[in-house]
Design a binder for this molecule. Structure first.
Ligand code: TYM
Length: 331
């Protein structure tokens, strides 16, 4: 593939979990060597739900240190904080004015979140997808590595880009989502019919990237399996399928190869092997994380340099947009 512009972001609400790693972060790391990558900690998205300021501050640094520990490299990628680049909010306003109320209302994430938290259905939650579209379109991104749960938002971003291009003349690249062939949706270990999420009520079924080995093993030991005793990936076996997916990603093998590996093995041993494969991948990441989180000066430097680079790129697009929609910039 020729060099492309890649954009993705994670929002620091709740702690990073295995689904984020498998669905998004791993691909983000992989793409750094071939493409121009721009990766954001989406703190402005975090305040669309109740958010304690001290937690947001702490998580912002934790996210950055984990990004670096996982292998995102500030010498290869632009890493920055969304709130440090004012063009995101500015483009989001313009895109709000090019998005229909009915389109935003149809977003499943908005419907789910407002049903879950009826006392805080704020306007920011409603316009969350237009801020996300602004994130992506500001950098003229070609590719957006994300998990399946963000697919609908990406499609809206594409629609908005196409509409704007049609209305004002070509301005934005229309981005494509990059999804894993497997692992685009990791399920909760205690409820394999539901997505694993940072802020799940069912936290016992969520593996956080900073969980210690004992906690990880305990979570896998309790993982819900399915009836029967066959270890195969099948629609009627969501628990086993999820565990096989996790194992295959951790080991870098296919799901078929993972199935073959576990022929004749009991569910108990299988779950322990999956847990161990996760511990093996996370242990070195956690060791690097502990060094990085202790070095705030370095983390601040990464954020400042990243924001400077991002702002330069973002301003090019924003100026173009302002000109096209008729905003005047006196000479
Ligand atoms: P967020 O922070 O909820 O999730 C970050 C990324 O992790 C993926 N993901 C999963 N993938 C597989 N299985 C799971 N269980 C799982 N849980 C989460 C998500 O799909 C996502 O790719 N709105 C975005 C953040 C964002 C963004 C953007 C993303 C803001 N602006 C621009 C891409 C482009 C979000 O809340 O992701």
């Amino acid at each position: 593939m020729s060099e492309k512009i890649v954009y993705s972001a994670l929002k620091p609400t709740g702690d990073l979990q295995l689904g984020n790693y498998i669905g998004a972060l791993r691909n983000m790391v992989r793409m750094q060597d071939e493409h121009t990558c721009i990766y954001t900690i989406a703190d402005m998205h975090s305040i669309t739900v109740d958010c304690v300021p001290a937690d947001l501050r702490r998580r912002t640094y934790e996210f950055l240190a984990l990004f670096l520990a996982i292998g995102l490299d500030p010498n290869k990628s632009t890493l920055f904080l969304q709130s440090m680049v004012h063009q995101h909010a500015e483009l989001a306003w313009v895109l709000n004015c090019n998005t229909q109320f009915g389109e935003a209302r149809r977003m499943t994430q908005f419907k789910d979140k407002s049903a879950k938290n009826p006392e805080n259905v704020n306007v920011g939650l409603f316009s969350y997808p237009t801020l996300m579209a602004a994130d992506i379109l500001l950098y003229q991104a070609d590719l957006v590595p994300i998990g399946k749960d963000q697919k609908q938002h990406l499609e809206l971003a594409r629609t908005i880009a196409e509409r704007f291009n049609h209305r004002y003349s070509p301005t934005f690249v229309v981005p494509d989502g990059i999804f894993n062939t497997h692992g685009a949706k990791i399920q909760n270990l205690l409820d394999p019919t539901a997505k694993m999420g940072k802020t799940d009520d069912n936290a016992g079924g969520v593996v956080f990237l900073l969980d210690d080995p004992d906690t990880i093993m305990r979570k896998f030991k309790r993982a819900v399996t399915d009836c029967g005793n066959e270890i195969v990936a099948r629609a009627d076996k969501p628990g086993i399928t999820n565990l096989l997916t996790i194992y295959s990603v951790m080991k870098g093998i296919t799901v078929k190869e993972a199935e073959q590996h576990f022929v004749g093995v009991g569910y108990g041993d299988f779950k322990m092997a999956v847990g161990q494969s996760v511990v093996d991948v996370l242990a070195p990441i956690q060791a690097r994380y502990r060094e990085l989180i202790a070095n705030k000066a370095y983390l601040d430097q990464v954020l400042k340099e990243g924001a400077q680079k991002a702002s330069y790129m973002a301003q090019k697009t924003l100026s173009k947009v302002y000109r096209k929609i008729g905003f005047v910039t006196p000479k």
